[in-house]
Structures are given as C-alpha cells and as structure tokens.
Design a protein around this ligand. Structure first.
Ligand code: PRP
Ligand code: URA
Length: 210
C-alpha cells in the first residue's frame, strides 16, 4: 500500500459517501455532496501548512494570532469530474490558485488521454492539491502528478473521494512522495475499470450526462 495513504474515517464523511453512492441520488445532491466531502479532504490534507505569529488587535486588546506562511496552495481539478470538488476546496482555502488539467480515460485501453492544460506559473512555491473523485487504475492521477512535477511542483497531494486498491498501488509505484487523501478505499475494479462498489461514472453523475 501507499506509504502516504490517508483514509478519512470521519462519521460525516462516511454518511455523505453512503448518499453519494446511492444510484437514486439526484444530480443536484451529488454535486453538493462531492463538494462537501472535498472540503473535508482539503482540511485534512492541509494539516501540515506552516504558521507564523502575527499581531492582531481585537476590539478588546492586542494579541498574537497565527497565519499560514511560506508555501501557499494551488488546486488542480482534473476535468471533468474533479471540477465537482473545486467549490468545496475553495470554500476551505479561498486564496488558492487554480489550474486545470483536461484528461479522460480511453474506454478501451483505460489509458489517460490529455486534452487541456492551464496551470499557475509558481507551482514550486505551492502545495499542489490534485482533485479527482475517482482513483481507479490510477492512470489519470499519476499522469496529473507527473505534469505538476514537470512544471516545477515539489509538494503534490492527491484528493480523491473513492479509491480502488489498484489506483493506490499505481500511485505508490509512480509517486510514493505524493500524499493520497481518500474518503473511501473500495474493494476492486471490475472488468470495465470501474470501482466496485464505487458510485458509477462520476463525471456523468455530476454533470447529468448519463
Ligand atoms: C474518470 C475520473 C478520473 C478517471 C479515473 O474520468 O474522473 O479522471 O476516470 O480513472 P483512472 O484512475 O483509471 O485513470 P473520465 O475518463 O470518466 O472522464 P470525465 O471526468 O471527463 O468523464
Ligand atoms: N471513473 C469513474 O467515473 N468511475 C469509476 O468507477 C472509475 C473511473
């Protein structure tokens, strides 16, 4: 298993995942739940941000507060489904820069196909959070981490809502330095490369293209 795998055990996350998996959940609720779970994952993945003391004057008196210093955060949703996690992450980290990677998985070969890239320039000065709700074979997430590193990123983390063991192993082999934060580690992949039990096709459920 990946040396830096974190599986959220928060009861509210588990509750929301049960709703997200349900085939009867509406597109509207699916969007809201994806965003809410992503916010919790972002919260957990940014535990190690460094702080510095700052002077703050409250209406009562001057005191010392703490603010995030040094490395700031960049967020990279993988199109399309990763966009469903973006709002929730930005609600937690409103000043984050946002880049986009367009990647889809070829249905026959399951290999990632890249079609768009627009990333911030200062990746090396940021903790980069890659967003993709599904870590299946791991091809798309591994590709995204490679692109971020090639563009200068030194600290990369992956936030996925549901992961298959195969995807986690792929990330361990390709990117052992990349922390992987997931809300659920599922059983396996089926013969079509879908996560079991999973939630089906995240992009289609999120954007109503089923
Ligand atoms: C889904 C998902 C991931 C990828 C995961 O995208 O959002 O990006 O599959 O599979 P992998 O781990 O085997 O690479 P999809 O190809 O369905 O594209 P879409 O988001 O545009 O629908
Ligand atoms: N992509 C999805 O949207 N769902 C899966 O189960 C696997 C890949």
């Amino acid at each position: 298993m990946h040396p830096r795998l974190h599986v959220s055990e928060h009861p509210l996350v588990q509750h929301k995942i049960a709703l997200l998996r349900d085939a009867e959940t509406s597109t509207r609720d699916f969007r809201a739940l994806s965003s809410e779970i992503a916010g919790v994952l972002a919260y957990e993945a940014t535990r190690d941000l460094q702080l510095e003391d700052v002077e703050v004057t409250t209406p009562i008196k001057a005191t010392v507060g703490r603010k995030v210093t040094g490395k700031k955060v960049g967020v990279v949703p993988i199109l399309r489904a990763g966009v469903g996690m973006l709002d929730g992450v930005l609600a937690m980290i409103p000043v984050a820069r946002v880049g986009f990677l367009g990647v889809y998985r070829d249905e026959e070969t399951l290999q990632p196909v890249s079609y768009y890239e627009k990333l911030p320039k200062d990746l090396g000065e940021r903790t980069m959070l890659i967003l993709d709700p599904m870590l299946a074979t791991g091809g798309s997430a591994s590709f995204a981490a490679t692109v971020c590193k090639e563009r200068g990123a030194r600290t990369v983390k992956l936030l996925s809502i549901i992961a298959a063991p195969e995807g986690v192993e792929r990330m361990a082999a390709d990117h052992p330095d990349v922390e992987v934060h997931v809300a659920s580690l599922d059983e396996c992949l089926n013969e079509h490369g879908y996560i079991v039990p999973g939630l089906g096709d995240a992009g289609d459920r999120l954007w109503g293209t089923r």
